[in-house]
Ligand binder design. Sequence first.
Ligand code: ZN
Length: 434
Amino acid sequence: MDKIQEMLTFIQSSPTCYQAVDTIKKELEKEGFIELNENESYHIEKGKKYFVTRNYSSILAFKVGQRLNDLNYQIVASHSDAPSFKLKPKNKKNNSGFEVINTEVYGGPIFNTWLDRLLSVAGRVLVKEENGIALKLVFIKEPVCLIPNLAIHMNRGVNEGVKLNPQIDLLPMLSKNKDFDLMDIIASNCNVNKEDILDTDLFLYPVDNGYVWGDNKEFVSVNHLDDLQCAYTTLQGFLQGGHEDTISVYCCFDNEEVGSGTKQGADSTFLMDNIKRINAGLGLNEENLQTALASSIIVSADNAHSIHPNHPEKADPTNVVSINEGIVLKYNANQSYSTDGLSAAIFREMCKDDSVKFQTFTNRSDERGGGTLGAISTSHVSILSVDIGCAQLAMHSALETAGTKDTEMMITALEKYFSSHLVRGAGYQYKIER
Ligand SMILES: [Zn+2]
């Protein structure tokens, strides 16, 4: 299977953060990574590779070099969550004769893209067991609900732009059977008794297939390219690369779409806690840790906005990025992106390869853009940081579009990044060893 088809399989196996973590975990296990648990002591050895999850919605994997001369950490981070609708604890009945699901908005989806699309439900349930509580993943693959548009005859202004109210317009219809209970399908999907389900974390997702298309098969369209395209490509680069003097770290954090401020998000201690434990597990002291961090780097990989075919005026006049033109380096003077000249220069040199191209992105000076993981995680792990991504269209739509060439370039670039070793000399002189 080629890498693009593999990415589509990866994305379609990951409708929520829980399945994304599970998909990544399975790939790591296949590659011989050892699972650590945060509630048990870590035993870390040179030359070995490990992973750990938090809340089963964020995951961190690392490979320890064999030599560790001039030890540093080379980190990449992406996010596992995506804008969606979360199921509220109690279902809604209304007077239409249809059973509908009560939901609330998670993150910032483009509402109208969720209409007239077959939807299903995925996430996790917490189940009562003989001696406690177990976590079970739920992934219903068949469509179970839909948010229908109002017919144009009942909504004449629809093509002039219509405001959608999440409590009225966006509740999906489920059934005409008033005895129908979605929990029956959920319980059978994860093989438990409905009565044993104590609580849930369930989300809607669009069931559409992803496609590779375009004259040269240059486009890929599927949901959740933000940020599973980066989660996938950086994972491949991480698995293929490696250097005997570094500790390579791969993170995929939950809750980026809602500001990262949870116990498992980028604005938590998850990354720093684990770096400290790796350091201690290797028998190193605090001074060793600070020395290592002073020559470490984190790459925050989250998708970027391609120039739009019908709205080129929305892009900055000079820092225009487009699909399949290379890895996007994101800059912002006010540091909503963490990139600076130094981190960008180092990252470009680390990823150097004939097949890898770069492009630079800034927002228009009169537009406020989004923030991402880099600036947030450097407030906990204060090291060199660069914000990158693949250019894509329609970010936060139920169907997003990106480039196949960019996908391949990201994998190569990250493999180069992890196969090089950043060494800091006197002052701000840096050397990149291969
Ligand atoms: Zn994102």
